[in-house]
Write a protein that binds this ligand. Structure first.
Ligand code: ADA
Length: 565
């Protein structure tokens, strides 16, 4: 399943899910001649009994049937973490980062049987600035769906919908990006259907080899706004006509919602109403699936979060699977989505590929997830060197890059630098990762007030504030009357005191528990990579989603006595 709704009625799209051939290879070898294994796609190779800890390169291969002569596009929603794509043995694409989608166009394909092969690499090394040994696991393989599309030489690359709420009612600015992979200029015309309206969106000369933008702003009177309590969604159906053709040559269907996010008076508003985010940080990790979480288990995660009374989720620490975001759109869960970086020091940020790899990740994240109404915050660089002047320059560049692509959502970053933070003035929302009662013996009530003062003194005055992480380890099943650190009892006690403090702090706009589920971490040395069981055990549920004692504590604070916002 690619998405939770049909994205094309005209364009021929086929998902390439199922068993692919698989073979691990040494660094230097190209495509192998013998494949000894089979591997499911989407999937992680760590779920195969022979590859539970394999770090290196593995080749996935399968054949595809093409029914007609012309252009095709191979779409990869996520390959972990570096992909080299081959079509009939020829290299056609390269991509870095497990958590963002990419595609490769092949302009002139004959009908018949063809071979697709992908070398996936999850090793750490000089060419990777963001995937490094860390407090989560970099799995290997084709972890998200793959599809093949049959294309006309003129097609819709993407659509960006921005809802606007004004005194006169709802409007929407819609940008169509039309791509011409042919050799001559083509006149393109876009016809749009949205919220019971048929709209001629306009015409444009699409230049060969380029992506041409066409933009309109329209009123949509009478639409029902998207909200957490009533997450009303609309299909935005665009059809593309090429000169000289009667019938549309391509289409793209997006799903959108009418909602606007603002940050006024030190609070976050959705459609003008103040919201307080209550929810979780969630890693895409499951004991039975690794990072390739199937749809039914995504639903299970969302149901568990909603059962505890959550209204928000943070996609720590990378862009998420689109199907999960689709579910958040449908269930009305507010999303903080962030780029891929966790805990990088200034030295790691000075890696020669850091800037480029972040820039690609930011662009791919924002462009591909632009239309999800559930996403209300974009964020960058969790706990990186925002306490240094050089780091500040990099934060500034990245926040500016995101604002250029999407000025409609507030920006944030999660900081653990306390009074040493230097970048709060650059963001719209100030966010703190603090672990009172776990790493430090501090009183959450006092600490959260102190954090507000730190923010006010460091450029965050008047900005909304979120406790973006707090939590404690609790090993599933370890219960003991001593309530020592690591017991489920102690974790529940620590959650109780943190939640009591944050739910009664009137100046907070959000609290996001670290973390929803336990997650596997990279095995290594040093305190971070030698966590008990090679996992971060601060989940409120374990890696199988079994609830710990803290579950009912969270539920008590997030539900009954507290409204959804
Ligand atoms: C950090 C970090 C998380 C996780 C957490 C912890 O603040 O952002 O990824 O490592 O702490 O468990 O210590």
């Amino acid at each position: 399943m690619l998405r939770l709704f049909r994205t094309n009625e005209i364009r021929d799209v086929q998902e390439l899910e199922g068993d692919w051939d698989f073979q691990p290879i040494d660094g230097t070898v190209g495509l192998p001649s013998v494949y000894r294994y089979r591997m499911p796609v989407p999937g992680c190779w760590e779920m195969h009994p022979q590859f539970t800890t394999y770090r290196g390169k593995g080749v996935y291969r399968r054949t595809v049937e093409i029914s007609r002569k012309g252009a095709i596009r191979l779409v990869f929603k996520g390959v972990s973490h570096t992909a080299d794509v081959y079509f009939n043995g020829k290299p056609i694409g390269h991509h870095y980062n497990a958590y963002t989608p990419f595609a490769a166009v092949i302009p002139d394909v004959e009908p018949g049987t063809h071979e697709v092969a992908v070398i996936a690499d999850n090793s750490f090394g000089d060419s990777s600035a963001l995937h490094v040994p860390n407090d989560y696991y970099t799995y290997g393989g084709l972890i998200r769906p793959v599809a093949i599309e049959l294309l006309h030489e003129l097609f819709i690359e993407r659509i960006a919908f921005t809802p606007i709420r004004s005194a006169e009612g709802w409007q929407g600015t819609i940008r169509f990006y039309v791509r011409n992979i042919g050799k001559r200029v083509l006149r393109a015309r876009v016809q749009l259907h949205l919220a019971d309206r048929d709209i001629a969106a306009g015409e444009v000369d699409a230049l060969p080899g380029e992506i041409t933008e066409l933009s309109i702003t329209e009123s949509f009177p009478g639409v029902v706004p998207w909200s957490a309590n009533d997450p009303k969604l609309y299909l935005l159906n665009a059809q593309l006509y090429a000169e000289g053709q009667e019938a549309p040559v391509d289409d793209l269907i997006e799903r959108v919602g009418f909602r606007m996010v603002t940050t006024l008076n030190g609070r976050i508003q959705v459609n003008g109403e103040d919201v307080v985010l209550k929810g979780f940080n969630r890693h895409e990790d499951h004991a039975l699936a690794g990072a390739a979480i199937p749809y039914s288990l995504m639903v299970h995660d969302i149901e568990l979060m909603l059962d505890m009374g959550a209204n928000a989720v943070r996609t720590s620490h990378y862009p998420n699977d689109e199907r999960f975001l689709d579910l958040c759109d449908e269930r009305g869960l507010l999303v903080w989505e962030e780029n891929h970086a966790r805990g990088l020091s200034l030295e790691q940020m000075k890696h020669p590929l850091f800037a480029k790899q972040c820039e690609d990740c930011n662009r791919e994240m924002v462009e591909s997830h632009f239309n999800h109404p559930s996403i209300i915050i974009w964020a960058i660089l969790n706990e990186c060197a925002s306490d240094t002047p050089e780091g500040r320059g990099m934060y500034r560049t990245q926040l500016e890059q995101i604002r250029t692509i999407d000025a409609s959502r507030p920006l944030s970053f999660a900081s653990h630098h306390r009074d040493r933070e230097l970048c709060f003035d650059l963001a719209d929302i100030v966010s703190f990762n603090l672990y009172p009662l776990w790493y430090e013996d501090e009183d959450p009530q006092e600490l959260v007030k102190q954090a507000r003062l730190w923010a006010d003194q460091a450029g965050g005055l008047g900005k909304p504030m979120i406790m973006s992480e707090f939590g404690a380890d609790g090993y599933y099943g370890y219960r003991d009357p001593s309530r020592v650190k690591g017991t489920e009892e102690r974790q529940a006690d620590i959650m109780e005191r943190n939640l009591a403090a944050y739910t009664s702090a009137p100046f907070l706009s959000g609290m996001l528990i670290w973390q929803f589920c336990d997650c596997r971490v990279t095995e290594g040395t040093g305190w971070l990579l030698t966590r008990a069981g090679t996992q971060n055990s601060k989940g409120i549920v374990d890696r199988y989603r079994r609830p710990k004692l803290a579950y009912s504590v969270v539920k008590r604070y997030f539900t009954d006595q507290h409204p959804k916002y």
